[in-house]
Design a protein around this ligand. Structure first.
Ligand SMILES: Cc1ncc(COP(=O)(O)O)c(C=O)c1O
Length: 419
């Protein structure tokens, strides 16, 4: 709907003789329709429960800093120590000069946390996801490890955009299965039974409030001879007894061939990783183009993340607190009559608002109430729809959560979403 409308307008405005015509027409359209997103530069309190924008205080309900490790003094000190020892940048890619001992130490610690043999880190999770499909499903040389024409990737329809982009970079056949529908997946595997198959899905669908039923995917991957990759960006550090993510949560240590994760969520920093057995990571180390052609994780960040992993392994209190905070917020939103999806014990609460315009109005009203929680829109969710991914942190207090719900109730009544 929106895309069709946008296309018609842009065609009308576009004067191909003017090289900026398409860009200008697009911006004009977004502006006229009130669809251009707001960007809010934070002055202080980045990732804290209360932040400052334009000199005003806002309650933050959209940061992935679940365990509040971003401003943890030990984590900050570890970053400073690493910078003191190694400088600020690695000076090259892993395969040239960027293979620094502290990055290796971090990889060992992450592999241990998620229960895998080895790990390869990247400066962002996006870079990990755009590397892995091409590496495994297309030839590196002479048809090895796979010929693209013999390869198929089976991807959940709700998978994150970085997985979508990674799949696009591979020439393997792309097959999309219905969200969390194992029957549809099994049927599609039968219909596309190529020699090299890879199933990819997420451990925690944060926009839907769900944890994956991992053992069933492991069984299907085994039965069909497919590799199984899980993007556990929102699970590692948050769920599972030791914070090991979806594999730990289901006590299902075997069967996931590639476990992907991010360090900008529970770890409180930035970075991405791929974990697997030693042979798999030895291969990905030389076949991941975004690793061999781009600089490695900054060393200060590696130092900080090493400390975050240590804290995650040794404490459970913050994990319990976010789950309790999330349960309380979810229950209260439902009581006031708003539509919340999912009940699994994760800190992301999926609030469905309806059309994109409703979502934008709701977000604008929240901003007026001094609450920072932007609406999630296409392409992150299906076109024409909108939702809020409300994220709770261990630093949120009950009274801050109550203030958030009271504001939602007032706005819901004003916009006639609550009767
Ligand atoms: C499920 C999932 N995978 C991958 C990414 C990309 O991670 P990064 O922000 O580290 O690039 C995100 C980011 O939000 C994500 O939610």
């Amino acid at each position: 709907m929106l895309l069709g409308f946008l296309k018609a307008k842009v065609e009308k405005f576009a004067n191909r003789a003017d090289k900026m015509a398409g860009v200008n027409a697009t911006l004009k359209f977004l502006d006229e329709e009130g669809l251009y997103p707001d960007f809010h530069a934070i002055e202080s309190g980045v990732n804290e429960a209360e932040c400052v924008v334009d000199g005003k205080k806002y309650l933050m309900f959209c940061s992935n800093n679940y365990l509040s490790l971003s401003e943890n003094p030990e984590v900050k000190k570890a970053a400073q120590d690493a910078i003191e020892k190694f400088g600020v940048g690695p000076g090259g890619s892993r395969v040239i000069s960027g293979d620094v001992t502290i990055i290796r130490e971090l990889e060992k610690a992450i592999a241990d946390l998620v229960g895998k043999e080895d790990c390869l880190t990247f400066p962002t999770g996006y870079m990990a996801n755009i590397a892995v499909f091409q590496a495994l499903m297309d030839p590196l040389f002479y048809g090895m490890p796979a010929k693209s024409s013999d390869s198929a990737i089976f991807s959940d329809e709700y998978n994150h955009g970085s997985i979508v982009d990674g799949c696009r970079l591979s020439r393997a056949k792309k097959v999309i299965f219905k969200h969390n529908d194992l029957e549809d997946l099994a049927k599609k595997i039968k219909e596309n039974d190529l020699p090299n198959k890879l199933i990819v899905t997420e451990g925690v669908f944060s926009l839907d409030g769900e944890i994956l039923d991992l053992p069933k995917y492991v069984a299907l991957a085994r039965e069909s001879g497919s590799l199984l990759m899980i993007d556990d960006a929102h699970g590692v550090g948050v769920i599972g007894e030791r914070g090991g993510g979806v594999v730990d949560y289901h006590s299902c240590p075997e069967g996931v061939d590639i476990l992907m994760g991010c360090m900008d969520k529970a770890f409180g920093g930035t970075g991405g990783f791929l974990c697997g057995d030693k042979r798999m990571i030895d291969f990905l180390r030389i076949a991941s183009r975004s690793s061999i052609l781009s600089s490695s994780l900054p060393v200060g960040m590696a130092g900080a993340m090493l400390k975050s992993v240590e804290i995650i392994k040794n404490e459970t209190g913050s994990r319990e607190k976010i789950v309790n905070n999330a349960r309380y917020l979810r229950d209260r939103l439902r009581k006031i009559g708003l539509k919340v999806i999912g009940d699994d014990p994760i800190p992301a609460i999926a609030l469905h608002i309806g059309t994109e315009k409703n979502g934008i109005s709701f977000a604008n009203e929240l901003w007026e109430e001094r609450i920072f929680s932007p609406v999630i829109r296409w392409p992150a969710v299906p076109e024409g729809t909108s939702r809020f991914r409300i994220l709770v942190m261990s630093s949120h207090t009950k009274s801050q959560i109550d203030r958030f719900v009271d504001a939602c109730e007032k706005i819901g009544r004003k916009l006639k979403l609550i009767t």
